[in-house]
Design a protein around this ligand. Structure first.
Ligand SMILES: [Cu+2]
Length: 79
């Protein structure tokens, strides 16, 4: 019984950081893409809004939503 709890704890521990770690990597990717891309001002603002929202979702622990928002930002830039 004890080993079951240990195994469950390890599984939960492995599942959470994969999301938590994905957002900062996506933020970095989006910011790099933004610097490299030639966007008009409206698109630039839209991308920046997405990145800011993604960061705050990540800070709130909503890592799945954050990753989705940041992937939208990349998609806006055609990445
Ligand atoms: Cu996150």
């Amino acid at each position: 019984m004890k080993s079951f709890f240990v195994a469950a704890t390890i599984l939960v521990g492995l599942a959470t950081p994969s999301f938590a770690g994905e957002c900062p990597a996506l933020v970095q990717k989006a910011e790099e893409a933004m610097r490299a891309a030639t966007l008009d001002e409206a698109m630039m603002n839209k991308v920046m809004e997405h990145i800011a929202l993604g960061k705050s979702q990540h800070a709130d622990g909503k890592h799945e939503e954050s990753a989705a928002t940041l992937k939208d930002a990349l998609q806006l830039m055609g990445v």
